[in-house]
Design a binder for this molecule. Structure first.
Ligand SMILES: [Zn+2]
Length: 192
């Protein structure tokens, strides 16, 4: 059993709001959550006044934690630029589907597609296992650039290297692949 109270106390003349949850824990614990709200959990018998003075005593910590959260939020892309994970996957899958027919005619089976947020690579082809892992950040790139990465990874099922033969194959399935590659690195600079 626990009881939840919404408290507002004054710290240096400004209201400081927090949520007090009493019961179910052995120790008093104060946490600033990622949305900036403050939550104190405490044993059932702890008086409200005690919780208030603990929050008051940590007001400076709460202020700096909120400031840090605000800075972190500013560094992230604006919400309208964020593409939900499911949409990232769908966009990449559609690009693979678009380039796949050329590879099917060369006898390449449709690979298992995996998705991961990666820092340094657009895709990884495990040609022996028939698996291609795509960087979900690709979804922010123009469609033709996603198709370039899809074709690159599918080419690895025939040439698992970056040899002259690999590049010749790339040029045969996607004549403008160098141009698409260049556009991908240019556009990535803006959102990576
Ligand atoms: Zn490669």
């Amino acid at each position: 059993m626990s009881e939840t109270l919404r408290r507002v106390i004054l710290s240096d003349g400004s209201p400081l709001e927090y949520t007090l949850v009493r019961g179910g824990v052995k120790n008093i614990n104060l946490r600033v959550r990622t949305d900036g709200t403050v939550r104190v959990s405490a044993p059932a018998r702890v008086p409200v006044g005690t919780a208030d003075s603990i929050v008051l005593g940590r007001a400076e910590f709460i202020r700096s934690a909120r400031e840090e959260l605000r800075r972190r939020e500013e560094r992230r892309p604006a919400p309208e630029r964020r593409i939900p994970e499911a949409e990232c996957r769908a966009a990449i899958r559609a690009a693979v589907d678009a380039v796949y027919p050329a590879f099917r005619s060369m006898g390449v089976p449709y690979p298992e597609l995996r998705f991961r947020d990666m820092k340094t690579r657009w895709g990884v082809c495990r040609y022996r296992d028939g698996i291609v892992t795509f960087n979900t950040r690709l979804a922010y790139a123009p469609r033709e650039c996603i198709e370039y990465v899809a074709a690159h990874e599918l080419c690895h099922f025939i040439h698992p290297d970056h040899s002259a033969r690999f590049h010749a194959l790339m040029a045969s399935v996607m004549p403008d692949y160098r141009e698409r590659k260049r556009r991908l690195s240019e556009s990535a600079a803006a959102w990576l």
